[in-house]
Write a protein that binds this ligand. Sequence first.
Ligand code: FAD
Length: 555
Amino acid sequence: MNTPDYAQVAKDLEHLIKGDGSLLDEDREKVARDTSLFYVKPEMVIYPKHAQDISKVIEYVATKKKEGFDIAVSMRSAGTCMTGGSLCHSIVLDTTRYMNHISDVTPLSATAEPGVYYRDFEKQTLGSGWLMPSYPASRELAAMGGLISNNSGGEKTLTYGKTENYVQSLDVVYANGARDMIHAFSGVDLELKLKENSEGGRIHREMFALISDNYDLIKNAKPTVSKNSSGYYLWNVYDKETGVFDLSKIIVGSQGTLACVTSGTFTGVKPKLHSRMLVMFVPSTIHLGEIIVKMLAHKPETIESYDDHTFKIAIKFFKDIALRMGGNMITLGLQFLPEFWMVVTGGVPKIILMAEFTGDTETDVDEQVSKAYDDMKQFNLPMKKTTSEHQAKKYWTFRRESFALLRTRLKGLRTAPTIDDIVVHPADLPEFLPKLETIFKKEIYKDLIYTIAGHMGDANFHIIPLIDIHQEGITDVLHQLMDEVYTLVFEYKGSMSGEHNDGLLRSAYIPKMFSPDIVTLFEKTKNIFDAQNILNPGKKVYANKEYAWGHIDTV
Ligand SMILES: Cc1cc2nc3c(=O)[nH]c(=O)nc-3n(C[C@H](O)[C@H](O)[C@H](O)COP(=O)(O)OP(=O)(O)OC[C@H]3O[C@@H](n4cnc5c(N)ncnc54)[C@H](O)[C@@H]3O)c2cc1C
């Protein structure tokens, strides 16, 4: 295939779109990385003004591809993906510059363009008394396009599920540049949609046939863990019993490989008024599984955690944590005295487990947390129950800032998201965790430093190795670690990604997680939406592990 002349591409597009395009090195550098291990520098960056711009760009790219050029696009919002999801060798469309409008905020829904930061979206929704509870720990950094396309989850997912539950409709641009609005169709509306003489009509017809013809196979393939971001969610699209067919369910989590999202309408929940936290200081991961299973029986809204490495780094960079929390440095310092003391005396526990209980009255939450506290005494571990929302803030700040701190503050070592998002069934944890520990005890991993944080209530672990990327053979170690850990996860019918998704990092492992029949259906899905493979190629299907590992960021 021929490489396009991007100076000419820029000239052509200048006449077609209202937004900006850039061939400048500094602009291309800015989108060549996300928070993954990878580095892929695109030839061009486009900042679309609106949906029409995206439509024009895609139509142009589709034409060029037909002419035999190696050209592709990927969508990007805030670029915090940990899998290289938005990285692309050709054209990156960055929506944060212009496509950042929020509209139609009502008491339980709102519409947002993909470049809207979640933090801004939440301000608006809370102003109307609700929030989208699937926000990620990167809530201060990430934007709506990424939340949709990675099917993000977070601290409240244990109770409320992931982004897939809160998308009501999506405005999209398909791979030929055609626009459509997709949502749940049933009855006469579905019949009309299936007859529509348009790209949207064709895609609905072909996907309806694909899913209907393979209905049982698809339903049985749905991962049974509480959360999953891997693969295409064919099982969520059609329900024969209700007759509802909703293609937005497969766009969610598809990392921009099926269509470009130009706007979404979301719903959410009314947050509970009060909360209390039970914090447990757990000395090792040996009994962690039993502790989590017991804690779940008390139905906390969330069970989150971070580990000793994270804790020590957070204390070391206390100033950053304090800045995030706001308030007076001296008062905050006093609040953190017990933590400083733990570090000084070497008494830092392996895992800090945070279970938060919520309710609409103080009495209700006090009762819930006290009951759990009494029950958890059986583990004979240090515990603390908070008596106000404020007291929980420092634990939340540690938890939410942990990965960002590790990424930005470590000297000589860098985070290597690889086995960063595994998830199994909570009931399997007592058996699974010791086996995981056995893997880490192997000679090959003995020098590997790694942190553990995550959404423990969902049995979703963020295990992040901290590596010197220049150490000889380190990528082989990471490779082997991924192979061994994923094999174990699949033995327990788990998922390799609860929320961070597949991207460059994991797409090549999809055939290990799903059966060949399902992988074929994933490929057919891609072909129905994007037969020319111009939308974010190499992610989800037709992945090339060598390409990915040949693009490790060594800086
Ligand atoms: C400190 C930290 C903590 C994190 N914690 C969590 C967590 O708790 N839970 C979690 O789920 N994730 C977490 N993440 C990962 C990441 O922040 C989330 O997945 C986030 O939702 C990505 O949003 P983004 O705007 O940065 O997306 P980007 O990185 O810009 O893009 C993500 C993917 O979406 C696609 N995409 C973006 N916009 C569009 C569009 N308009 N149309 C189609 N496709 C599009 C991209 O091509 C890419 O594949 C964390 C990351 C960091 C750095």
